[in-house]
Design a protein around this ligand. Structure first.
Ligand code: CA
Length: 517
């Protein structure tokens, strides 16, 4: 009997391999090359009718995340906080009551893990809320035991700084020293007065933070952290101290959970980002995001391919142990569709680019149904549209949306039955990536032949598998020549054609061609 089953399996394998077009298995390449879906719970799915999204709502929609093809979820802050965005924490060992209870969250973890979906939470340790008990104590007096949890300075020693306004990449015009309204002392808050910076020169503060990390990893069971504002732990003129801190943080967290996943937000160019790699093995690739948009603005395809090659080579020179967290958009940028002139073909192609380039791509909730949004931030974080308004029991109502409404965005339930919808497009290209090792894991080689400016062309190679990828970032048809052994088209978008060794790419078309021996 054993022999018969063995024979049967062998025959099946032969049939499959002879067909050539046999459907390849979907694989999970997280964290190195898998896909993470960013969720703002507030706007996701409201399970109890109070207008605010919640943990139980996310549980209901885990199958959506699974269907999309994502391998992990990054939750924006879930801890108690006085603001809607929750980037100013008042209690590091609890969850926001609007989102549910800790038991609800644990159930969510369990349900996600059942579906092989990892959970990464935002951990905001650069600063707390002014309402955090530590700060409440700290501001009481100079000899309070919590005084040195924050950074205080006397008015006369910081006179020059008090009125100075600094413009940085990730903040608007900000006064970094704040007057609590009594005494002579000011406290430091890089982002705004409601977010006083913790004092990481104080070893007690560092121990508190490591204990918080332990709590979420060991007692609760999350898979990792997204580290907000990672380059602001120490002031800008102390980058080495920042790098050393994250190395220490990683060592301490790894001792608790050896396979912990850490992704850092270092909002800067590659030269500034790279020295963080020993502490933060995954880092968001902001260069990728901005160059993607620039490539469309300039209709210059190779601009992005070259930039990505340059960034990868630069990092690889420093360490092989890194995860390139590419992303299409996130909660801090205008919605991708807005950045691409609200052109559906550009959005679909942009996601083709993201999914056929190296990296571990992040998607931002709602992108997969073409949600719209512009600053201020609340309006790039609008309610997800699950169904038409009359039928949408989970749609959140905590904010009046300005950009993503039934009149401008087709809700998910409708998109599911449309073959050309954003949702089905996302699903297809993600599936292609997850079932094709060259696309997920392969290296990047740029096309060296002659190329019209709007074309982007590159090779992805992994072991014996080699694929060629091309996109036309303009609305005019262009052609290019490829080596003759690339002849198996495995993906088409926008009606491209392969005629002999000529690839014909109409407006905003993409093609993926596998080399067959
Ligand atoms: Ca709710």
């Amino acid at each position: 009997m054993k022999y018969q089953i063995g024979l049967f399996v062998t025959i099946l394998v032969i049939i499959w391999s002879c067909s050539g077009k046999g459907e390849k298995e979907v694989e999970n390449h997280w964290p190195h090359a898998g896909i993470t879906y960013e969720i703002f719970i507030q706007s996701f799915y409201d399970s109890d009718g109070d207008g605010i999204g919640d943990f139980n709502g996310v549980i209901k929609k885990l199958d959506h995340v699974k269907e999309l093809g994502a391998n992990a979820i990054w939750f924006m802050p879930i801890m108690p906080s006085p603001t809607y965005h929750k980037y100013d924490v008042t209690d590091y060992k609890d969850v926001h009551p609007d989102y549910g209870t800790m038991d609800d969250f644990k159930r969510l973890l369990e349900e996600a893990h059942k579906r092989d979906i990892k959970i990464v939470i935002d951990l905001i340790i650069n600063h707390t809320s002014t309402e955090h008990p530590w700060f409440q104590e700290s501001q009481k007096s100079r000899d309070n035991p919590y005084r040195d949890y924050y950074v205080w300075a006397q008015k006369d020693t910081i006179a020059d700084f008090i009125n100075k306004k600094t413009i940085t990449l990730d903040s608007d015009n900000i006064r970094q020293w704040h007057d609590p309204g009594f005494g002579e002392d000011y406290y430091y808050g890089f982002f705004w007065g409601g977010m006083p910076d913790l004092n990481f020169d104080n070893p007690k503060v560092r121990e508190e933070i490591y204990e918080i990390g332990r709590f979420w990893l060991e007692d609760i069971g999350v898979d990792g952290f997204r580290l907000d504002a990672a380059k602001h732990i120490f002031p800008d003129d102390r980058p080495e101290d920042n790098h050393a801190f994250w190395k220490e943080f990683r060592d301490r967290m790894t001792a608790i959970k050896p396979d912990i996943y850490l992704v850092g937000e270092v909002y800067d160019r590659k030269e500034v980002v790279a020295p963080y790699l020993p502490g933060l093995p995954a880092l968001f690739n902001f260069d990728f995001h901005y160059t993607l948009i620039e490539a469309y603005q300039k209709e210059d395809g190779m601009l992005l391919a070259k930039k990505q090659k340059e960034v990868l080579d630069f990092y690889l020179d420093i360490t092989k142990d890194f995860i390139d967290a590419t992303f299409s958009s996130n909660h801090d940028q205008p919605r991708l569709l807005n950045s691409l002139d609200e052109n559906p073909r550009k959005l679909k192609q942009a996601i083709n680019i993201l999914m056929t380039m190296p990296g571990a791509p992040y998607l931002y909730y709602g992108e997969e149904i073409g949600m719209l949004g512009q600053k201020p931030d609340e309006h790039i974080r609008e309610p997800f549209l699950w169904d038409i308004r009359a039928n949408d029991r989970g749609r959140t109502t905590w904010i009046e949306p300005k950009y993503s409404i039934d009149e401008t965005v087709t809700p998910l339930a409708i998109q599911k039955s449309m073959s050309t919808s954003y949702f089905n497009h996302y699903k297809d290209i993600i599936k292609l990536r997850n079932s094709n090792r060259a696309l997920a894991l392969g290296n990047l080689e740029l096309y060296e032949g002659e190329l019209a400016q709007p074309l982007m062309a590159y090779f992805r190679n992994h072991k014996h598998q080699e694929v060629f990828v091309a996109h036309n970032l303009s609305d005019v048809t262009h052609r290019l020549e490829i080596p003759e052994d690339y002849n198996h088209v495995i993906y088409k978008y926008g009606s491209p054609e392969l005629e002999g060794t000529t690839v014909i790419l109409p407006a905003y078309a993409s093609i993926v061609i596998e080399k067959l021996d």
